[in-house]
Every structure is written in structure tokens, then in C-alpha cells.
Ligand binder design. Sequence first.
Ligand SMILES: Nc1ncnc2c1ncn2[C@@H]1O[C@H](COP(=O)(O)OP(=O)(O)O)[C@@H](O)[C@H]1O
Ligand code: SF4
Ligand SMILES: [Mg+2]
Length: 323
Amino acid sequence: MTDILNIHDLTVSMTNGEQRFTVLQHVDLCIKRGEIRAIVGESGCGKSTLANSIIGFLPAGAAVESGSVRLADTELLSCTGEEMRMIRAERIGVVFQDPFSALDPVCTVRQLFRAILTVRRRYSRAEITEKASAALHGAGIKDPGTILTRYPHELSGGLRQRVLIAMALVNEPDLLIADEPTTALDVTIQKEILTLLRRLARERGLSVLFITHSLDVAAEIADTISVFYGGRIAEEGKISDIFAYPIHPYTQALLKTIPSLSFGKEERRLMPIEGELFSFLDQHAGCPFAPRCPYARDICYQTCPDTKAIGDHTYTCIMENQL
Ligand SMILES: Nc1ncnc2c1ncn2[C@@H]1O[C@H](COP(=O)(O)OP(=O)(O)O)[C@@H](O)[C@H]1O
Ligand code: SF4
Ligand SMILES: [Mg+2]
């Protein structure tokens, strides 16, 4: 399968006004055509910064220190602002956590579709209605004609997220980035949206980068997972391998936070991860998980371990795998 997204050695820094700190450290990530990849990690570990680096939405003061982000044959880090605007409209669909703030409140749904459909070419009113209605229908909306006349505030959270998904896909992008798209929704709607996203991705052979803080949400939608900690990839592999043979202590700890998940025949108790959340202001030269890791040794604080691979299952830890 060909690569749609290929990130190599991406390092991004930010500032809080007083101090510059590195948020993404030497990130390598590759997503193939049709692959659904989940990025999983606790809040504040750099997941949205990764998404924003891809779509050219880094906040003021952020700097790409090194690396490459390729969408098929296009190097996104060397695109101009205008080129990125086109790419966001046509080649990368984006769905954010909060569908309300992502939709311009003064525009009707039809006006929102018009704006995204006419980035590069002109469409008649009838063509816009036709394309928008088909996209809304595809996103599970039964009466697209009515929804097109509505403003975002007139729609429920679940409907707004469906509208956002329809807009993200209307120009048939190569890649969909969904940053915690179900976190603000209640559990039933969350399940519906996950099922919808997975169906749409499969029907279209779409590549998806799906960001979540929850391993069980990742398991519902993704083929592969990258477990993120402190701006680095801790472990990566097929969902089945990560759940059956987690090697990195952070992945093992994350798995224990999933309620009532059965591993083999044994039920595990819900266990919070010990220690303080990672802070980018407190970095040391070694493994970012060291202050919370039950297996940490002195060496873990001195150098960051190399990434090891067992087939397509990779992990960044000094531990030898026990497989
Ligand atoms: N606009 C910003 N200005 C300065 N620092 C930021 C900004 N946004 C995020 N950060 C820093 O980057 C870190 C990672 O944030 P983020 O990528 O949003 O994490 P996540 O999406 O995993 O919750 C945060 O802990 C914070 O220190
Ligand atoms: S490298 Fe050391 S501190 Fe980091 S996860 Fe592995 S054992 Fe723990
Ligand atoms: Mg985030």
C-alpha cells in the first residue's frame, strides 16, 4: 500500500512567553492509503500539536525545528499559506473536538458548504445543493434539505458533528484528521459517530488520523495505534498486537485504565496511572515516562532509548520484550 502521510523526524517547539520548550520530539509516522491510525495519549502530550503541524495551524510562537511532513508527493512544511488553504479544503479533511466552535455561527449550513466547495472552482446553486445534500446524506442525515437552511446553533451536538464530517469529506480528501471528534458528545452519540467515521473511511478507502485520549475509543475505530507520551511515540502497532502484547510500560499502564476490558479471560481492575502528568517545562534528556515508570533505571534519565521493532510493532524503551 502507498503512503498517504509520511512524517519524518518532526520536532516542534513552543513558547509560553518565558521559556521555549520542545513539544514534538523526532516524530516518525507513516499512514498508508485506507489505514485508520489512532494517536492515543493523555491530555497535554502533544496530539493536537501533531495534527496542527500537518495542517499548518500551529499557534503563534511555535516553530518547526526539523523534519518533513509529506502528503503523498507534497512536502507540506514548504507550502505557502495559500497552498495550505487549498490543501485543507481539498486534500485533508479536518474534524475537531468541538463542532460548535469549528462552524462559523453566522453562516447557514448551505453557506458553509458553499465556502468549502468553491475554494478552487465555481459551482451553481443547484450543484452546491446537490453535492452538499449527498455529503450530508452520506453522514447519516435523513433530511439534508432542511439542515442546509439551518445555523449551527440550531443543531444538536451530534448533528453538528455529522455536518462537520460531511464538510470534511465533500471534496473527497486523501486524508481525514479527526482530533477528539467524539469527546464532547454523550456515549450513545459517540458510538454512532465512530461507526459512521469507520464506515465512511472504509467505503472511500480513506486514510484517517484519529486522535483520542482513550484506548477503548481507538480500539473501536482504528487499524493501528501510535501511543504518544511527552511528544514522542512510545509504542506503535496493529490494534490487536498493542492490546495483546503491550511492551512499553506507558501502554501497559494505559490499558489498565480501561474499565471492564477483558484481556484473555481475566478481568483487570481499573487503575489510574501513578505520578504527575508529563510537563514539557520539566524535561530531562532521557525517557519522558521515567518519573512515572515502575521499571525506570538511572540510564532511563540519561538518554532516550532507541526505537526497537518486532515486525511492524515498535516501541521506545530500554526493556527487552518478553514475547
Ligand atoms: N497555543 C499554545 N501556546 C503555548 N503552548 C502550547 C499551546 N498549545 C499547546 N501548548 C503546549 O503544548 C503541549 C501539548 O499540547 P497539545 O498538543 O494541545 O496536547 P494534547 O492535544 O495531547 O492535549 C501543552 O502541554 C502545552 O504545553
Ligand atoms: S525507557 Fe526506562 S523509564 Fe522509559 S518506559 Fe522504558 S523502562 Fe520506563
Ligand atoms: Mg488536543
